[in-house]
Design a protein around this ligand. Sequence first.
Ligand code: 8X3
Length: 250
Amino acid sequence: MTKIVLITGATSGIGKATALLLAKNGYRLILTGRRKERLEELKKEISGEICTLCFDVTKSVEVENALKSLPSEWKNIDVLINNAGKAIGIDELASGDITEWGKMIDTNIKGLLYVTRLILPGMKERKSGHIINLSSIAGKETYPGGSIYCATKHAVNAISDSMRVELLPYSIKVSTISPGAVETEFSVVRFRGDRKKADNVYRGLTPLYAKDIAECIYFIISRPENVTIADIKVLAGAQASARDFYRKEK
Ligand code: 8X3
């Protein structure tokens, strides 16, 4: 039977690239995001069986109402890809903005929890399912100016590792993917819209692209039943850690 995959944050970057690749490979997709117009555009762009749901992962009531509104033929979600996430700012803790901290914590940790909590009961009942949580190299390392973002991604790993044990008796797999430097809107958001600063992150090197991560996600979810990919750490070719890059300056 064709699997149903729900992707959060599907309207851009890794979420969108994953939606395009999975649609091509015949999955039925529930694409979710905050921006209704972008969801509508995406639906037109993708051929295949698509259902869209507009909600903000940080608002638990919105998440609950949206998931409850799914038509019965879309309710049995086989794969959940918790992709929605962001970094805002690269400030040292002493000068950090409390509102921005809240947005990162609410999206990257609470949002993932709100969505997962509502999808798990069905998976447990059916004794099958797969959760893929988007972590980051920032979930394995830390760097100056990254305290809150790194903390949220370390939390994603802790939640994923705990869930993997809790869900063993239900044959529900839990995977994380930990990308390094991927060129998406991520850096533009991190630098609060300053494209020059965002471009500087990838200066002198070829970064990862969203489709590279989408391919890893497709690999993770298409393994046979006897294989669980617990985590994939994927770096750009010219990257050795969160802070080590080999840049070819012009
Ligand atoms: C994004 C990777 O290195 O900018 O998750 O934190 S990094």
